[in-house]
Design a protein around this ligand. Structure first.
Ligand SMILES: NC(=O)c1ccc[n+]([C@@H]2O[C@H](COP(=O)([O-])OP(=O)(O)OC[C@H]3O[C@@H](n4cnc5c(N)ncnc54)[C@H](O)[C@@H]3O)[C@@H](O)[C@H]2O)c1
Length: 340
């Protein structure tokens, strides 16, 4: 089978993970082109790829529309500032390419709905980088839920307790802004909100929240708390912080059911902390997923899942419809704050 040709739009901080994922899936895909408004950044990604494949020809662009016109591309990975995901996705879909979009999928539900409708109409695949879904402990947790090991679920808790100092926000002017990034809920905590919603598996019927900007000089929140009620009666609690002193503490997902308790923690939900079940055969028998940063190892299996979906005309694990859900919860949490 012919390798799928990929282009990357947006070659900043997270883009090395995309190049790495393409390299790790090199039997089935290759990097064809890279694009960034800042040419050196695009060249740096071409060089990262050429370290592994010195003879590979990777075209460099500063205008993604020109790239789409000139290159023969099967899919594009969009890793620009979040506020541009929507507009760029629509242009790419209209050009007939499949998409991997960094999280959040887009900043408004209107844009997300347009992307989902357009990709359905054109039968193009869309996957969103909620890569922690592929962490082995998270996959194991999802399997235990599917097998009914928890009985009825009572509550679930998602906590991201990290540090983002003022330097982090000052490094790029878009960070912490309402239009292009959002606060800690939309940027950092969205990963864990996605996991909580995936595990609880019931429609959200109520969203209450409190947010604040405590330590950083930014437009949006650096701490946010959300309380959810699901249609089946269970309750979700979300706590997202960019203010933890002095460094990243944990990203933890806890699920509490009638006959089971699971806590997946570590720096980025990569480690089983508690695994207690009535079913004595249910064992915490997998080792920690070793990670060296909070991005984890999930981009590589996310690409594999997406490539399989394109090749077999199936749906990837994190579709645009799945990725809509955490954005909807976060946007509703903003609305709740307007209450008297
Ligand atoms: N999945 C994860 O764990 C994870 C981690 C970090 C960031 N992200 C997401 O990835 C995205 C990028 O974050 P980042 O920290 O890498 O940002 P960044 O600011 O480091 O990089 C963004 C890049 O996009 C480029 N860009 C903007 N508009 C462009 C255009 N029209 N054409 C080509 N290039 C363009 C910018 O020049 C910049 O180099 C954000 O949506 C962020 O939320 C995801």
């Amino acid at each position: 089978m012919q390798k799928l040709r990929c282009a990357i739009i947006g070659c900043g901080r997270i883009s090395y993970k995309h190049v790495e994922a393409i390299i790790n899936n090199s039997e089935e895909t290759e990097l064809t082109a890279v694009c960034d408004l800042i040419e050196e950044r695009a060249i740096a990604k071409k060089e990262q790829y050429n370290e592994k494949f010195p003879d590979a020809k990777v075209a460099v662009y500063t205008d993604y529309k020109e790239m789409l016109d000139r290159e023969n591309i099967d899919y594009v990975a969009i890793a620009t500032e979040s506020g541009y995901h929507g507009e760029i996705s629509v242009v790419c879909l209209n050009k007939g390419v499949n998409l991997i979009i960094e999280k959040p999928m887009a900043m408004t539900l209107e844009e997300i709905d347009i992307i989902n409708e357009l990709s359905d109409k054109k039968n193009l695949k869309v996957a969103v980088s909620h890569q922690n879904r592929f962490n082995p402990p998270i996959q194991k947790l999802r399997k235990a839920i599917d097998e009914g090991k928890f009985g009825n679920i009572i509550n679930g808790t998602a906590r991201i307790l990290w540090t983002r100092d003022q330097n982090y926000y000052d490094m790029a002017p878009w960070r912490g802004t309402k239009a292009l990034d959002g606060g800690t809920l939309m940027n950092q905590c969205i990963h864990n909100i996605d996991l909580l919603l995936w595990m609880m598996g019931s429609e959200v019927v109520s969203v209450k929240s409190e947010r604040g900007t405590f330590l950083r000089n930014i437009e949006m929140e650096d701490f946010g708390a959300i309380l959810l009620r699901f249609a089946n009666g269970s309750i979700g609690i979300i706590e997202g912080s960019a203010c933890v002193y002095p460094k990243n503490l944990e990203e933890t997902l806890s699920i509490f059911g009638e006959t089971g308790t699971a806590v997946i923690g570590g720096l980025a939900v990569n480690e089983i902390k508690t695994w207690n079940f009535k079913d004595e055969n249910e064992k915490a028998d997998i080792s920690k997923d070793e990670i060296d940063n909070v991005y984890g190892n999930g981009h590589t299996p996310l690409y594999k899942d997406f490539i399989d979906a394109v090749n077999n005309d199936t749906q990837p694990l994190v579709t645009g419809y799945e990725a809509r859900k955490p954005v909807e919860v976060i946007l509703k949490s903003y609305e709740d704050e307007k209450r008297p």
